[in-house]
Design a protein around this ligand. Sequence first.
Ligand SMILES: [Fe+2]
Ligand SMILES: [Fe+2]
Length: 215
Amino acid sequence: MTFTLTGGVVEWWSILIYDITVRRIAMWRAQWIRMEDGTPEEFQRLIEMETEANRDLVDRVLAHLELMKEDWGGYQISRYQHCLQSATRAYNDGADEEMVVAALLHDIGDILSPYNHGELAASILKPYVSERVYWIVKHHCIFQGYYYNHHLGGDRNARDTYRDHPWYDDCVYFCHNYDQNAFDPGYETKPLEFFEPMVRTLFEHEQQHLELNIS
Ligand SMILES: [Fe+2]
Ligand SMILES: [Fe+2]
């Protein structure tokens, strides 16, 4: 017999069973060491555990965004402030939440993939946004080059490769109105807390494993 803090009484064996159950859930491991030997039941269990682990995905994404607070020098504001300002400009422009979140996260790949960051950001967003927004984020780097490539010996019109693409104008608009102009320390920029609910709402739906190829 055991006494609880609230004055109740529980049998020792019920605590033991509860403890064993919790530990068994926490310690469950698939038996296979090569995927080819796994059972449907094991993979179902694994996908359920992964889904559980992904409940804090937004926290991880936002924590990564905050890594961009580090001042790399040169710009008048940090990359983090640039992302917030980009999202603020999209919001003030009346863009839908999908686009606002895309603006917030469009440079999140800069830390891990500085020479190809658009594709990384687009991949993070892909399960949750339209094909159009995915395409804009994926290609924003080459479109953004319009504003500086020629200063570095490159072709500022490299974006014209996509001149006939249906979302060409949308990507031009994104870069001109939400990205290339979002380096202003004097712009009234909303904090991350303002956008966080939008990120959580967007990431709540369409959670799917794209590699499963389930249509
Ligand atoms: Fe970018
Ligand atoms: Fe940017």
